[in-house]
Design a protein around this ligand. Structure first.
Ligand SMILES: Nc1ncnc2c1ncn2[C@@H]1O[C@H](COP(=O)(O)OP(=O)(O)OP(=O)(O)O)[C@@H](O)[C@H]1O
Length: 377
């Protein structure tokens, strides 16, 4: 098993990317469009040279200005949105191609290819031409082809994005099964929280050409530290100051009562944002009173009242409705608190219509304390 260490800059893309992925770990790489996720993978694969800094696979320095180990000598396998099989070869020879290129004899390469095709459920397609298979089958075959080369590192760049939902679900299960069995260090670029949760041990967030946060995937998805991940998992996130473990003060004077959520044990490997970075897991001392923290709660937990709520529930905030959007059988209300913080609420169509909840309307938002988690940055 091989560690992946990137501490590299790409001047033409304004990227300065630092990441250490532990041997055998699966790291989901998330971030906005154009943030630098593919750039990170290209530095590891060798498709891109750093302008400064270095890339290491295990103990081997594969890129530093002046030294560039080419992709085919890095023992990395890349799987992208589109399978890109060789049309002139049949499916078996597509998969046997990698072992053959590494000097494995033809009969042994074909035996390996057959085993890999069986492992992805495509053994019966071996004799077909590459253009005679469906998109979902092609992606399974591409996975077999990638793993047949015995890569030290697997790079998956949105491997499910081009598949329809049911095919993607089957491919997600297959990836989970194969990657877990193989224990190969994997970087997975995805825009899908479910993929990250289902497949990865760790999450790395890339924004503006930097890895701005990295840590255990369950922690990072259940306790987001910023709006990108909060949007990814579709929760409300209010930043403020933790003045007690169960109370967060918001910048505008409102406060939030909730359940304190500690870091908890997170066994298994996880990445760090690289050796020179100031980022990483927050120490427990950060939970001292006055520390920056967050309140996190689901849009479905927010009740919307036209008048001040009776009984003074602990979390009630004055807000203004900004937008009203249909969401299947529900309506997503986007509201703004006094300090400008956005809060989303999901209501039934009937509740939204009865309340006359249109943009500009002043409302009261109520959330039960038991449905809010509070944690330090
Ligand atoms: N071949 C290229 N030549 C020059 N600049 C590029 C090239 N590819 C990407 N970039 C730029 O580098 C930056 C990072 O792009 P990158 O493709 O790594 O982002 P990303 O996070 O993978 O985005 P997306 O989610 O849209 O795929 C962007 O500003 C992009 O415009």
């Amino acid at each position: 098993m091989t560690a992946v260490t990137v501490a590299a800059q790409v001047a033409t893309r304004s990227a300065d990317l630092q990441l250490s992925a532990e041997p055998g770990s699966i790291t989901a790489v998330v971030g906005p469009n154009g943030a630098g996720k593919s750039t990170l993978l290209q530095l590891v694969s060798g498709q891109l040279r750093p302008s400064a800094g270095e890339v290491r696979l295990g103990d081997t320095l594969v890129a530093v200005p002046g030294v560039h180990v080419p992709t085919h000598r890095r023992r990395v396998a890349v799987l992208e949105q589109r399978a890109l099989l060789f049309d002139h070869l049949d499916v078996l020879d597509n998969v046997a191609f990698g072992p053959r290129a590494r000097g494995v004899r033809p009969a042994a390469a074909r035996r390996r290819a057959r085993a890999e095709l069986d492992a992805v459920g495509c053994g019966d397609l071996a004799a077909r031409r590459a253009w005679e298979v469906s998109g979902g089958q092609a992606q399974r075959i591409a996975l077999a082809r990638a793993l047949a080369t015995d890569p030290q590192v697997v790079l998956l760049d949105e491997p499910l994005a081009a598949l329809d939902a049911s095919v993607a679900a089957a491919m997600r299960s297959l990836l989970r099964e194969r990657l877990r069995a193989e224990h190969r260090t994997t970087l997975l670029v995805t825009h899908d929280a479910l993929d990250a949760l289902a497949l990865a041990d760790a999450l790395a967030l890339v924004e503006d050409g930097r890895v701005v946060d990295a840590g255990p995937v369950v922690d990072r998805l259940t306790r987001p530290r910023g709006s990108f991940v909060a949007d990814l998992v579709d929760v409300n996130l209010l930043p403020g100051r933790l003045c007690a473990p169960d109370r967060l003060d918001l910048p505008g004077g409102d406060h939030v009562t909730g359940l304190a959520s500690g870091p908890g044990p997170h066994p298994g490997p996880h990445p760090s944002p690289g050796p020179g970075s100031q980022l990483g897991n927050a120490p427990d001392a950060a939970q001292a009173p006055g520390a920056t923290g967050f309140a996190c709660f689901a849009p479905a937990a927010v009740a919307v009242h036209a008048d001040p709520p009776g009984g003074s529930p602990r979390n009630h905030w004055a807000a203004t409705v900004a937008t009203v959007e249909p969401r299947g059988a529900l309506v997503r209300l986007r509201c703004v608190l006094a300090d400008g913080s956005p809060v989303a609420a999901d209501l039934t169509l009937a509740a939204a219509a009865e309340g006359g909840l249109t943009p500009g309307r002043r409302v009261w938002l109520v959330v039960k304390a038991a449905q809010v988690t509070l944690y330090a940055r």
